[in-house]
Design a protein. Structure first.
Length: 96
């Protein structure tokens, strides 16, 4: 991520990701707050991620065991995927 104020680049670590559930981050260099903006690439990545799980749940709805397995796999992958998508496709913008 790149601070919009001082241009300092820093990584979206798990600690930063979990401390900012609404996407407001503090730059470690200048200590100013900025927020992540949503882009079409971010939404596309989310749709590509969710679609196979949605399709699997629709087609496996008669099997409680398979549906439960799909849901558990989804829950294990949703946060790492979102963190990856945020670091790749979102940009920090100043808070006005």
């Amino acid at each position: 991520m790149k601070c919009p104020y001082c241009e300092h680049e820093f990584k979206l670590t798990w600690k930063r990701y979990l401390k900012a559930p609404f996407g407001k981050h503090t730059c470690p260099n200048c200590n100013k707050k900025s927020k992540l903006n949503y882009t079409s690439k971010y939404f596309a990545a989310i749709v590509v991620f969710f679609l196979p799980f949605l399709i699997a749940i629709i087609f496996l709805h008669s099997s409680l065991v398979l549906t439960s397995v799909v849901k558990i796999i989804f829950l294990l992958l949703v946060f790492p995927m979102d963190r990856w998508a945020e670091s790749k496709f979102k940009k920090l913008v100043p808070i006005e």
